[in-house]
Design a protein around this ligand. Structure first.
Ligand code: NAP
Length: 257
């Protein structure tokens, strides 16, 4: 039985990852802030005969995350940790600069929160000489998007964090996988009005992420056509890339939090 932690497990991709690991009879720790939604996901996982614990914690709070992760690891040495919790923010039309509070919330959750998750886990895994870490990033981390600066920065930073930690942790028997994910049908994505080519279900995204993490793959980017488009955009002269991206109509459908 694998001991698995998933953050952002109360919704979307995290909930789908939780259900996937539950079907594989993992012992799970599900982390999120919304107790009721976490309990719902935990009940679905327990129905699959998995052993499930939940922890109401904010990934932005380093000390709280350390305490939760170390307590679980003391009892059930971690095999897999997936830092998935994330938020987004879309720049409203006519606003030249993203409001600082929104940018701070996105960077603190998506980047600092991911470090607060994998840092304590990686220390324990490295000491034991084994473990698998997953970071749920975005296609926006491959080529930054003008309508979501902080989100793009958080996901580019997450990719860099994963690459850097991977290089160091390999010698300790710990793998680090970054998943650069395209559009996935979740509440986060439902909050954004835009064209969404090749949109996947949360279940399909969870399968792709879990399989890359299980094999210790360094990086997986999907769906392929969208990942290829982002890589191509990154190679174009910046002005041309910016002009193409500005043609995509994107707006927030509702408040992000
Ligand atoms: N959906 C997409 O199209 C898409 C595309 C690329 C990448 N992603 C990435 O996939 C990940 C999951 O997103 P999703 O689409 O599944 O969104 P979602 O359905 O809104 O789920 C986000 C999860 O993150 C948790 N979360 C947010 N802030 C948190 C905090 N401060 N502390 C602890 N948990 C927090 C939420 O739980 P609580 O509300 O309970 O705290 C929720 O469980 C994110 O990192 C996102 O950037 C999504």
């Amino acid at each position: 039985m694998s001991n698995v932690v998933v953050t952002g497990a109360s919704s979307g991709i995290g909930a789908a990852l939780a259900r996937l690991y539950a079907r594989r009879r993992a012992r799970l720790l599900l982390i999120g802030r919304d107790e009721a939604r976490l309990a719902e996901v935990a009940a679905a996982c327990a129905g699959e005969a998995a052993l499930v614990e939940t922890a109401r914690a904010d990934v932005r709070e380093r000390a709280a995350m350390e305490a939760v992760l170390r307590d679980f690891d003391d009892r059930h040495p971690l095999d897999i940790v997936v830092a998935n919790a994330g938020v987004t923010h879309i720049l409203a039309p006519g606003i030249p600069v993203e409001p600082a509070l929104d940018a701070e919330r996105v960077l603190a959750t998506n980047l600092i929160g991911a470090f607060n998750t994998i840092g304590p886990a990686a220390e324990r895994m490295a000491a034991r000489g084994a473990g698998r870490i997953g970071l749920v990033g975005s296609i926006a981390g491959l080529r930054a998007l003008p309508y979501s600066p902080a989100y793009s920065a958080s996901k580019a930073g997450l990719k860099a964090l994963g690459e850097a930690m991977r290089g160091n942790l390999r010698r300790y028997g710990v793998s680090v996988t970054v998943a650069s994910v395209g559009f996935v049908a979740t509440p986060l994505d439902d909050g954004i009005a835009s064209p969404k080519p090749f949109r996947l279900s949360a279940e399909r995204a969870a399968e792709r992420i879990a399989s890359a993490v299980a094999s210790g793959r360094a990086h997986v980017a999907f769906p392929l056509p969208l990942a290829a488009a982002a890589r191509l955009l990154a190679l174009l002269p910046p002005r041309l890339g910016d002009a193409l991206l500005r043609r995509i109509p994107v707006s927030a459908r509702k408040r992000d939090e």
